[in-house]
Design a protein around this ligand. Structure first.
Ligand SMILES: Nc1nc2c(ncn2[C@@H]2O[C@H](COP(=O)(O)OP(=O)(O)O)[C@@H](O)[C@H]2O)c(=O)[nH]1
Ligand SMILES: [Mg+2]
Length: 308
């Protein structure tokens, strides 16, 4: 399903959920997560007032204070030319979740790396990894995963810099990870959708997922999604040096490796919104990599149970 937010959607009243667990059935049955105030221990009057204020400011249903993750969590944000997005997304994340953040910048010509350094100098929860030249999303995430494993984080999340992934959905993913080593913010389960993408991009994403589902048969509905939360302990058991994909096929490959290793994968619905500013790095080369790699994964990825 693809929808555009109409005037009615904006006028919908805020709904209250006592916990993140209560949010999920609401979103599955059609409530936009930006209309839900999650108490998770905060008192209702204060929480509602903060969320209403946040919604008026265009920041979504901000909590009165950021939610606390039950686990030591690192959010990895890969960046390439995201100078107008990086600081706003980092601030937005910290409104919703008290978490560490790692920016993996590939020497962005627009100076995103300098912005990341400035943010890191001002907040010890923010870290930066500078790499030389554009090396692809996949290798950026692998570097982020290794950073998380080495520093004993319990959860590592993937998130784009461009506001396609809503900051209010990040704590949903983290809380949903209680019983699943991989949680995917999914556009293709009931309650999920894309907003604002042109037909060509919609068909490409739908086609890639139909193709992947048919070839791999792993049961995952949104294989290319880049909004995820992993248990670091599960990643540490995988052979990360064996991961082939460099571009977006990386997302397909990681999900498949988790399934083959016997880890539970859970999809929670999200509304994916087209990027606010800047340009997509999606190109023909990235699509071709996925087309060629997917059939090979069946032979390459070991079917060896690593889950307890
Ligand atoms: N470090 C790094 N980040 C990248 C690279 N390619 C894309 N990104 C980042 O990955 C995220 C997703 O890319 P984007 O262009 O928005 O892809 P789209 O949402 O599929 O159109 C954004 O935060 C990009 O800045 C890369 O080669 N290296
Ligand atoms: Mg994007």
């Amino acid at each position: 399903m693809t929808t555009r937010p109409g005037p009615q959607a904006a006028a919908e009243p805020l709904r209250i959920a006592a916990t993140f667990a209560e949010v999920e059935p609401m979103v599955r049955t059609g409530t936009d997560s930006n209309r839900i105030v999650v108490l998770q221990g905060q008192d209702e009057v204060t929480a509602r007032a903060a969320a209403e204020q946040g919604s008026r400011n265009g920041d979504g249903p901000t909590p009165a204070r950021p939610h606390k993750s039950p686990w030591r969590t690192l959010v990895v944000i890969p960046t390439y030319n995201e100078k107008d997005n990086l600081e706003p997304i980092v601030r937005a994340i910290h409104k919703y979740l008290d978490t560490d953040i790692l920016v993996v910048d590939d020497g962005s010509p627009d100076g995103t790396g300098n912005i990341a350094d400035r943010l890191a100098a001002a907040d010890k929860r923010i870290h930066v990894l500078h790499r030389t030249g554009k090396q692809g999303l996949g290798t950026a995430y692998i570097a982020g995963f290794r950073f998380a494993i080495e520093r004993a984080y319990e959860r590592v999340c993937e998130m784009d810099a461009d506001f396609s992934h809503a900051p209010w959905d990040l704590p949903r993913l983290v809380f949903a990870s209680a019983d699943a080593p991989l949680v995917i913010g999914s556009r293709y389960v009931p309650g999920g959708c894309t907003v604002g993408w042109e037909l060509k991009r919609r068909l490409l994403s739908r086609g890639a997922n139909l193709y992947t589902r048919t070839v791999l048969g792993s049961g995952i509905k949104d294989n290319t999604a880049g909004f995820r939360c992993f248990h670091t302990a599960a990643l540490a058991k995988l052979d990360l040096s064996a991961v082939h994909a460099q571009g977006y096929a990386f997302q397909i490959e990681m999900a498949f490796r988790m399934v083959r290793a016997g880890f539970r994968v859970k999809e929670v619905p999200i509304h994916f919104v087209d990027r606010r500013v800047g340009k997509s790095k999606m190109d023909g080369k990235i699509a071709r990599e996925a087309l060629l790699l997917v059939p090979r994964l069946r032979g390459r990825v070991p079917k060896r149970r690593l889950a307890d």
